[in-house]
Write a protein that binds this ligand. Structure first.
Ligand code: DGT
Ligand code: CA
Ligand code: CA
Ligand code: ZN
Length: 580
């Protein structure tokens, strides 16, 4: 089957190019508003649920009509989607190399400093910068100095040097297309996506597909000829590896049904978990591998994962826990947590509408949320300080509140909570006055600026916000953006303790590039007595389903249902608020 290379560019690729233009413009010292416009456009395109051409064909959703996209940008987007290029991008790429662009991704390096490093030391790439740091010459560059040098060194040493990883939510799209494609092949019994994807990791290095089938050859052919396959990397009798147009590598293995459980266990990993399981097997005189569980040459199990676990005296362990982070000990002691699941959620406490940076209006969001079977949702539009978007002021929230009252009067089953995502300013005060804040059913606060404060000031800022009596939820607490921006520097234990003490709930944000709190932080926070929420932070009706990425991250953090406020019935939720 032909690949899709000749068709229009997928939305994710258009978004990536728009982001690249934004970055190149930044290095080119362009007008900040112009830079922001391209980045905003990338986000908007990322959020579309249909191909650009389909959206654009509808007179009501012409590109020009999308938030922040004017005539010029619409034109650029159309051209990118149709041809994969645009004159501005070509021009910028000629002036600025990809290596220089990579420098921009480093925290603490802006266009000005990059230019200074280039003219002072001839630094034109991350490799050049590493060398300059080793030689301790960065401190000699005007505008930098010894402190900046130390910071950059720390930043680079924390930076992964390996190949890029794909966000799990992006990979999920390709995983489900391929899995569906393979399920339709003759003789296929089971298809599973194993590896880090199944363990729910926020990014994946590659996808690992596992199929049980009677005739591997047919499955392998269907796989290598699937739509979106760019390149065949490797092929054998029981498997193959390909690279997709999107750059993602996919490994396929085909096994007989009697080995499926053992293979699924093996290829789900993690490697560290597998090694520990294998060692437990050895202690019992068993050999455990991807083909099955063996005593001598006799197969004693391997058809299901449960058989593998049972052979070493353990209950089945959820894949999200299989990192050798104590799950085997817990399984043995019978203390595995009952992990929160998507079915446990009774509401969603984070979503936006067209009143701030959402793309669907209040009625649409509420109608869509109601179809999820929720008992309640909170509408959390931004306060005015988040200037990149558009926020509501006190009067705007009053108007929205009246609209919510009307909706609540109409529909009986799902309660719409009046809420807000109020900005935490640099000093820890909030972006709305106390009287306005007191009118909401529930107040969420979050940080969208001054990410770079020193740890002690950042900690004080966050704790001050947590102590504000109106605040009930702290959203995307650490501010990280996967692959773009690390967590803010702060004393997180201190923040978690303050949240526990104040009765403020900490969000696990479901946006695929946020997932904030992350797994480790969620686990730590709960251990310190914190209650969490899991929110979609949807900016469109389609994004409401994204709450599941947050659930998966929480599961990786050993989080149980009881620790998640939005699994509680509405009455419980309201009663357990601080000011109830
Ligand atoms: P990734 O792809 O980097 O996101 O992470 P994984 O965990 O998917 O790793 P991958 O794709 O290299 O391998 C898939 C699984 O196969 C891995 O989680 C465990 C298993 N595996 C791979 N190599 C080994 C090995 O050398 N020993 C053992 N015990 N298991 C392995
Ligand atoms: Ca993998
Ligand atoms: Ca792999
Ligand atoms: Zn936010």
């Amino acid at each position: 089957m032909a690949s899709s290379r000749d068709g229009p560019l997928p939305n994710t690729d258009v978004a990536r190019l728009l982001r690249e233009i934004g970055d190149l413009l930044e290095l080119d010292q362009a007008n900040p508003f112009r830079i922001r416009a391209y980045r905003n456009a990338a986000r908007v395109i990322d959020g579309l649920t249909e191909p650009i051409a389909v959206v654009d064909a509808n007179p009501e959703t012409l590109l020009e009509e999308l938030p922040g996209i004017g005539e010029d940008l619409a034109h650029t987007i159309r051209q990118l989607a149709a041809t994969g290029g645009v004159a501005l991008l070509t021009r910028l790429r000629r002036r600025i190399s990809p290596d220089e662009l990579e420098l921009l991704q480093i925290r603490g390096l802006g266009p000005k400093r990059i230019r200074a490093l280039k003219s002072g030391l001839g630094v034109r790439s991350v490799a050049d910068l590493r060398r300059a740091l080793e030689e301790e010459t960065v401190r000699t560059v005007p505008g930098l100095g010894a402190r900046s040098e130390a910071k950059l060194r720390a930043e680079l040493s924390a930076r992964p040097t390996g190949p890029p990883r794909m966000l799990r939510a992006t990979a999920a799209h390709y995983a489900s297309l391929l899995a569906d494609h393979l399920r339709a092949v003759d003789g296929v019994r089971q298809v599973e996506v194993a590896g880090s994807f199944r363990r729910g990791r926020e990014t994946v290095g590659d996808l690992d597909l596992l199929v049980s089938a009677t005739t591997p050859a047919k499955v392998i052919r269907a796989f290598t000829e699937a739509q979106g396959v760019r390149e065949l990397l490797q092929q054998g009798d029981t498997g193959a590896s390909v690279r997709l147009d999107a750059g993602l590598q996919v490994d396929l293995r085909v096994v007989p049904a009697e080995s499926f459980g053992a293979a699924l266990y093996y290829f789900t990993g993690s490697k560290a978990h597998n090694i520990a399981i294998r060692r437990l097997g050895q202690e019992r005189g068993l050999k455990i591998n991807e083909y099955g569980v063996f005593r001598g040459s006799r197969r004693i199990g391997g058809r299901t994962e449960r058989e593998v676990a049972k052979a070493v005296g353990l209950p089945w362990i959820p894949p999200e826990l299989r990192e050798d982070h104590g799950e085997i000990e817990a399984a043995r002691a019978g203390t595995l947590p009952g992990l929160v699941s998507i079915e446990d959620l009774r509401g969603d406490l984070q979503m936006h509408t067209t009143s701030s940076d959402g793309r669907d209006d209040l009625e649409t969001m509420v109608r869509a949320a109601a179809t999820k079977g929720y008992a309640y949702v909170a509408i959390t539009d931004h306060s005015p300080a988040v200037r990149v978007t558009r926020g509501l002021d006190a009067a705007g929230f009053r108007t929205q509140g009246a609209a919510i009252d009307r909706l609540n009067a109409k529909r009986g089953r799902m309660r719409v909570l009046k809420s807000v995502e109020v900005d935490i300013l640099a000093d820890g005060s909030l972006d709305l006055d106390d009287r306005s804040l007191a009118r909401f059913d529930i107040v969420t606060a979050s940080i969208h600026s001054a990410f770079e404060l020193p740890a002690d000031r950042q900690t004080r800022r966050i704790v001050r916000a947590l102590k504000h009596p109106a605040v009930q939820v702290l959203a995307h607490p650490t501010g990280r953006l996967i692959g773009e921006r690390g967590s803010m520097n702060a004393n997180w234990d201190q923040v978690f303790r303050a949240a526990a003490e104040q009765g403020v709930w900490l969000e696990v944000n479901g946006q695929p590039s946020r997932l904030d709190l992350d797994d480790a932080a969620s686990r730590r926070a709960v251990s310190l007595g914190v209650t969490l929420t899991i929110g979609s932070d949807a900016h469109s009706a389609a994004e409401l389903d994204g709450i599941r990425w947050g659930v998966d991250q929480a599961r990786r953090g050993w989080v149980s249902k009881a620790s998640v406020a939005n699994t509680w019935p509405l009455a419980t939720l309201l009663r357990r608020r601080r000011r109830s």
